[in-house]
Design a protein around this ligand. Structure first.
Ligand code: HEM
Length: 422
């Protein structure tokens, strides 16, 4: 669910789990998505049972929610309504593809800039070993802030998600041999794992090895407690990749590890991540609240306004869904509004020396108001009439529209606010 939703980028609204296009290229074969074919195979019978009544996007996110709940984790709710894509073309611009290379090139893979979401094409956000696999936590913190920011996450959401997500599961890298061919290279038997049996203790996904906590199937804040209270030392794990272990550990603590991106939360040059690590270590309820809200945002950000969410578990509109106020009065009769507009246009015809000058700017206003809509994450458009406010009203392309809005204001006033400006 995290890797399906985590491709979302706020620059152009692409990515996210709506469409469920992680089932297709290019993200199907991303290095970071190794072994997710196994999770999808396990979900197959459920998809078959509900057929077209259940999209893959909804199934993947709902399964993530249920998994978190089953381990005692906090979940805010579920917004259903994702529609499956027919192929992977929606994700072409996430890369790696020729179109992505020509439109959004990344000259140094490992230092990709917005509008691309991650700093490495093929990863969800950042290199877990640190920038370009250099285990320097301070620099990794900067990359984390940059890439999580590109998907609209603030510091608190970022830290809650990383530490909350890593309360669960483990990294897999039993030996340096690798996961084997991706689905693109071998669609019949992708990622068999080249260490021993390739399964269980021999599994290879990222090449890093070990769990973050001593109880990785149970939700709690021990990730944060361990992170801040123990001394961590750098070493090369069995997969020959940089990771961190507890110095002089004995007993169960000798089995846990951290990634450079986890240690980065202790070495943020801005000092913000450290404060959040402390808060979440000391106050489990605070982590519950932050994680539940950030997880819902991560999973739902590409779905647009709350009105698009289906189902009984939809929580109240969240700030990032830019909710509109409920209408304060019943809708005005549109035939009457229409008559007022016609009257206004006729009046200005007779009052203006140039004749019908005044009709054209209203068509331009409507076009400018509606044309901000983007189909990727359903943001923009004339609903909300945000063209009246900054930043839209200040855009050079909208020059002069303030006067057109003023003339509509006269009509809106006449209906005492009933039509709504949009
Ligand atoms: C800086 C950002 C992050 C990095 C670099 C990162 C990196 C990784 C890596 C390398 C693995 C091991 C994969 C494997 O070998 O099996 C992993 C596992 C995992 N991550 Fe993250 N992660 C990040 C953020 C998150 C977030 C935000 C979540 C969810 C909210 C999350 C949830 C998980 C879970 C549940 C696993 C365990 C998978 C398993 O047991 O098979 N991670 N992560």
């Amino acid at each position: 669910a995290w890797h399906c939703a985590g491709t979302y980028r706020s620059s152009d609204g692409r990515g996210g789990c709506d469409g469920g296009s992680q089932r297709f290229g290019p993200s199907l074969s991303w290095e970071d998505n190794a072994n997710l074919d196994k999770s999808k195979t396990l979900l197959w019978p459920i998809k078959e049972k509900f057929g077209l009544g259940l999209s893959w996007g909804d199934l993947i996110i709902l399964a993530g929610n249920v998994a978190i709940e089953s381990m005692g984790g906090p979940v805010l709710g579920f917004c259903a309504g994702r529609v499956d894509a027919a192929d992977g073309s929606q994700d072409e611009l996430l890369g790696p593809t020729a179109r992505q290379e020509s439109l959004f090139p990344c000259p140094v893979n490992g230092d990709c800039k917005a509008p691309l979401g991650p700093d490495t094409v093929g990863l969800i956000y950042v290199n877990p070993q640190g920038p370009m696999a250099n285990p320097i936590p301070r620099l990794s913190a900067g990359q984390i802030r940059d890439t999580f920011g590109r998907m609209g996450m603030n510091d608190s959401e970022t830290v809650a998600l990383i530490g909350g997500g890593h309360a669960f599961g483990k990294t897999h890298g039993a030996c340096p041999e690798g996961p084997g061919p991706s689905p693109q290279e071998d669609p019949t038997r992708p990622w068999p794992g080249k260490c021993g049996s390739g399964k269980g203790k021999d599994a290879y996904t990222s090449g890093l090895e070990g769990p973050w906590t001593t109880n990785p199937t149970q939700w709690d804040n021990s990730y944060f407690k361990h992170l801040q209270s123990l001394t961590w030392e750098l070493y090369k794990g069995p997969g020959n990749k940089w990771q961190w272990r507890v110095q002089n550990a004995t007993g169960a603590l000798s089995g846990i590890m951290m990634l450079t991106t986890d240690i980065a939360l202790l070495e943020d040059p801005e000092g913000s991540y450290q404060k959040l690590v402390r808060e979440f270590a000391e106050d489990a309820a605070k982590l519950d609240h932050a994680f539940a809200h950030a997880w819902y945002k991560l999973a739902t950000r590409d779905m647009g306004p709350v009105t698009r969410c289906l189902g009984k578990d939809v929580p109240p509109a969240q700030p990032w869904q830019y909710p509109l106020p409920a209408p304060s009065q019943p809708q005005a009769k549109l035939s009457k509004v229409r008559a007022e507009v016609v009257k206004m246009l006729n009046r200005s015809k007779t009052e203006s020396a140039e004749g019908f000058f005044s009709a054209v700017p209203f068509a331009r206003l409507a076009w400018r108001c509606a044309s901000t809509f983007r189909a990727t994450d359903y943001r923009g458009g004339c609903n909300g009439a945000r063209i009246r406010f900054s930043p839209e009203k200040d855009w050079p392309v909208n020059k002069g529209l303030d006067q057109v809005l003023e003339s509509l204001q006269l009509i809106q006033d006449r209906f005492a606010g009933r039509p709504g400006f949009a």
